[in-house]
Write a protein that binds this ligand. Structure first.
Ligand code: CTP
Length: 138
């Protein structure tokens, strides 16, 4: 039985890879309806200080066509309370590479007050957009 009704996860999903797929499939195992926020190119530039390789129009289309995904939105903020004003969800999923991150510790506390869970899912080791980019630039 699935634990949650509506799940939310957010990321850049640039150069979509197996780590992204595992995260989305694992999230969907725990909720009936999975909404994915795809970070805008502007937001990525702001917080990762780099340009996306695949632009938001294509990234959102790729994510929308993943079997586990029920709905996609473009997100221009990292503030999950702002997202919560626009769409309702009862859990947020994120890879456990973020588990000790200060922003996520704060997010977990803020959302707990609203009875929304943050669930850290296993990060897929050895692959990331950054690693792929480095190999391509060798
Ligand atoms: N993720 C994962 N396993 C990976 C890479 C990403 O579980 N190997 C998860 C992240 O924890 C996040 C989501 O996938 O919940 C989107 O991550 P994103 O930042 O878009 O992907 P990365 O490959 O980590 O990108 P970058 O290298 O630019 O940080």
């Amino acid at each position: 039985m699935k634990k949650y009704k509506v799940g939310y996860t957010q990321g850049t999903f640039d150069l979509f890879h197996i780590g992204h797929l595992n995260l989305l499939n694992n999230a969907k195992k725990l909720c009936d309806y999975l909404i994915v926020g795809v970070n805008t190119d502007r937001l990525v530039k702001e917080y990762k200080c780099k340009d996306t390789i695949i632009k938001q129009k294509d990234r959102i289309e790729i994510v929308a066509n993943i079997k586990a995904v029920d709905e996609v939105i473009l997100t221009d903020t990292l503030d999950k309370l702002v997202v919560l004003d626009k769409i309702k969800f009862d859990v947020i999923f994120i890879g456990d590479d973020w588990k000790n991150n200060e922003r996520w510790i704060n997010t977990k506390n803020e959302l707990a007050e609203k009875k929304i869970d943050v669930v850290f899912l296993p990060y897929t080791k050895r692959v990331s957009t950054t690693k792929i980019t480095k190999i391509c630039n060798k």
